[in-house]
Design a protein around this ligand. Sequence first.
Ligand code: F6R
Length: 260
Amino acid sequence: MTEVVIQSDADAAATAATLLADRITRDPELVLGLATGSSPLHLYRALAERVTRDGIPMDRLRAFALDEYAGLDPEHPQSYLSTIRREAVEPLGLDPERVHVPDGSLERLPTAGERYEEAIALAGGVDVQILGIGTDGHIGFNEPGSSLASRTRIKTLTAQTRRDNARFFDSPEQVPTHCVTQGIGTILAAGHLLLFASGAHKADAVARAVEGPVSAGCPASAIQLHPRVTVFVDEAAASRLEHADYYRAAYEAKPAWQGL
Ligand code: F6R
């Protein structure tokens, strides 16, 4: 089922941090799927607070990032390896040896996807996957037209994605043109998907993902094929959802036994 939770960024982060803290306490060897970008940052901060406050054991967790730019020096501050280390590994106290990011180095690119899929399989698959959504409807960097059965591979970024991500670089030209990304099939194999979106600029993509037809034209619509998805949206990102009132009512009336 897809559950839509309409909350402010701070409340959504607290709700999701509680969910994750409970899961990790029950299973300290959980495999967590990490996203980069702005959307999961509130969650990482809220979870880091819970880790410090409640002493949640994080050192045995394994984690897999969704994607990495191709051809960007891994030590570049905007590489997803650097970003994941800075935003998640350090604040959450993860063991860097147990955190994986796709290999975007040009020499090893042809086998990067296959190697990443093997590493995920060896870990027993991803239990909980954190996701953002692109304004063009991508999840991971699965741009419109991506196969809904795709596995980790090289993709070309759309002009829209490169424009959206230019804010992280000194100039738009510096945004890499290619990436290695988990496929939609890879993402759908995770046990529970937590998707975060906020702001009016995400409203259209969110509506297409949650209520539109399942289509490669909006890769995020593939989440409708997954049995366990929680979509956290703020009011602005929820503004084009036709059934927003129903989602609000269903969340408020949710029986305690149902959990998230
Ligand atoms: C990041 C990723 C992307 C982002 C998406 C939204 O690892 O795979 O799908 O989640 O581009 O980015 P933000 O959160 O920066 O708006």
